[in-house]
Design a protein around this ligand. Structure first.
Ligand code: HXC
Length: 509
């Protein structure tokens, strides 16, 4: 047989994966195949495959008679808007996308290439887990992948797309990556499935309730976003990659922008209501600051009292962390602290500057918070901000009270530019609470209390005391915030800092 013809025949067989019947079954579940996903993720025609003919080496349980080319995972590299990425995509049509020794080796090969060549790793997960016929060889394969996830962390961005089952120890590879996207109704992640849960705890729960997209984006925060279908999730992964640098020595790409850096937003002058207890939508400020109003939110459905995500200023990626007064008055709690701390650490690891927008009345009080360890979790955010050496610009819009004032990228945590709007109140706590403590003896006299409260407000319910002390660099007009923030970041492009030598820190986990 003509060898050229043989190559083509072998390629066609490999491309068919588990065969037409299983491909139809995959489509009938609303899922794309491993190859269709890769095609949609990458620029047209840019995919270059590795290891198309790799087959497993197992000879137990009659496995020697079934050795499909590729062994259940499609691996290789390509581009997203012209920028290099490495990708693996598990093929559920081949033995349920289960992970054998060789399947794991294929994934490790492209992970090694990605680390060596400094490009993101995107993993598309759709797998029945460890290849049952291979036993410990399969567990070893997972272990090798895990170790590479750890080595790659902070070196190249790692993105996991969960597009089918991910169960047992297999969940720990995505768990160690930077971002996890799920697809509603067709993906799930759990350490033990519904049957084991029923046996051990007697709880009756569906796979979707236990580990579906809604559970992980709203309750557990394991996943960062959930999408309607594979196509949408893949398109969003492309958008996310556009915000990120290829590796930790690279800068995020500078995109062309058509928005005026000096754009004045008069509406921001009235964003903060006269009544300090009235909420307003912090997202409005973010979109009014961003180039073309584009805000790529991360963990939108979790801990809504804090907003995290990416914008561009003058075409440059900036990570935004912002208290949201619409939810829990913008208080910091366990979930918000964890969410924001992880985001800040991602930005710092990949040299993405951080903009913090502050309106925070403090940490959320209560037994559930204390018993849950709000001290340790709050410390995560404090620690993350304090260790971050990227350019840090902070704008206080209203409240900045107590410990939360310090935590939210204050001057004391090496904030580079700390701005405040004239509506800012920077104090140990709100005037009412403060009065009740320092004038306890007058509590029975409402008139005196009202006067003390007014005195406290006059003294601290403004940014000027902080500005006098230099812990606020400048009180700025709300309408000019975009210009001020853009100029601040522009001046910090060559920032360098010094941190004492250490092996690594010991962030309060
Ligand atoms: C080998 C597997 C497999 C596995 C599925 N298949 N999982 N083959 N090892 N782990 C094969 C099936 O035999 C079947 O082959 C094909 O994949 C499709 O599976 P179905 O069961 O027909 O599909 P579906 O009904 O959609 O169910 C999917 C499933 C189920 C829920 C994932 O297959 C399942 O429960 N699989 C076992 C999951 C599991 O227990 N894995 C081990 C978890 S522990 P044919 O030839 O019929 O198409 C683990 C540890 C990792 O992963 C540890 C890391 C440290």
């Amino acid at each position: 047989m003509d060898v050229l013809q043989e190559l083509e025949t072998r390629r066609n067989a490999a491309r068919l994966g588990g065969g037409e019947r299983r491909i139809s079954a995959q489509h009938s579940k609303g899922k794309l195949t491993a190859r269709e996903r890769v095609e949609l993720l990458l620029d047209d025609g840019s995919f270059e495959e590795f290891d198309m003919f790799v087959a497993h080496r197992c000879t137990d349980f009659g496995m020697e008679n079934e050795r499909p080319a590729g062994d259940g995972v499609v691996t290789g590299w390509g581009t997203i808007n012209g920028r290099l990425v490495y990708v693996f995509s598990q093929d559920f049509t081949v033995m349920g996308g289960s992970v054998s020794e060789t399947h794991g080796q294929k994934i490790c090969k492209i992970m090694d290439m990605a680390i060596q060549n400094g490009a993101p790793i995107i993993g598309i997960n759709d797998s029945g887990g460890a290849r049952i016929q291979e036993g410990v060889a399969s567990l070893a394969a997972y272990g090798e992948v895990f170790q590479r996830n750890i080595l790659a962390s902070g070196v190249v961005p790692q993105i996991s797309l969960i597009m089918g089952p991910t169960a047992g120890g297999a969940v720990y590879s995505p768990a160690m990556t930077d971002f996890i996207f799920m697809v509603k109704d067709s993906s799930y992640m759990f350490v033990t499935g519904p049957d084991v849960v029923k046996t051990v705890t007697n709880e009756q729960v569906t796979a979707e309730e236990l580990g579906g997209a809604s559970t992980h984006t709203k309750k557990s925060s394991v996943a960062d976003a959930a999408f309607e279908n594979d196509v949408e999730a893949l398109a969003e992964a492309r958008r996310l990659v556009d915000f990120l640098p290829l590796n930790n020595r690279d800068k995020a790409p500078v995109r062309p922008f058509f928005d005026d850096v000096n754009r004045v937003e008069e509406s921001l002058d009235t964003l903060v209501p006269d009544n300090p207890n009235m909420p307003y939508d912090m997202k409005e400020l973010i979109t009014k600051l961003a180039d073309e109003g584009d805000f790529y939110e991360i963990q939108e459905e979790f801990a809504k009292n804090i907003l995290t995500g990416f914008i561009r200023l003058e075409g440059v990626t900036v990570g935004v962390v912002a208290n949201q007064p619409m939810v829990l008055a913008g208080c910091l709690d366990i979930d918000a602290s964890r969410k924001a701390a992880r985001f800040v650490r991602f930005c710092d690891a990949f040299e993405i500057p951080i903009l913090s927008l502050v309106d925070v009345p403090g940490f959320l009080p209560g037994t559930s918070q204390e018993y849950g360890g709000v001290i340790k979790h709050g410390a995560k955010l404090l620690f993350a901000y304090g260790e971050a050496t990227v350019p840090k610009v902070t704008v206080i819009t209203r409240k900045a009270y107590g410990g939360a004032y310090v935590v939210m990228s204050s001057k004391h945590l090496r904030g580079d530019f700390n701005y405040a709007w004239p509506t800012s109140e920077i104090a140990v706590m709100g005037a009412k609470g403060a009065t009740e403590i320092i004038h306890r003896a007058d509590l029975g006299d409402p008139e005196k209390i009202a006067k003390h409260t007014q005195d406290y407000e006059d003294r601290f319910a403004n940014p000027f005391v902080a500005a006098e002390k230099g812990v606020i660099d400048e009180v700025i007009m709300p309408h000019s915030t975009r210009k001020r923030v853009c100029r601040a970041f522009a001046s910090l492009r060559a920032k360098k800092t010094h941190t004492p030598w250490k092996k690594h820190d010991n962030i309060p986990l």
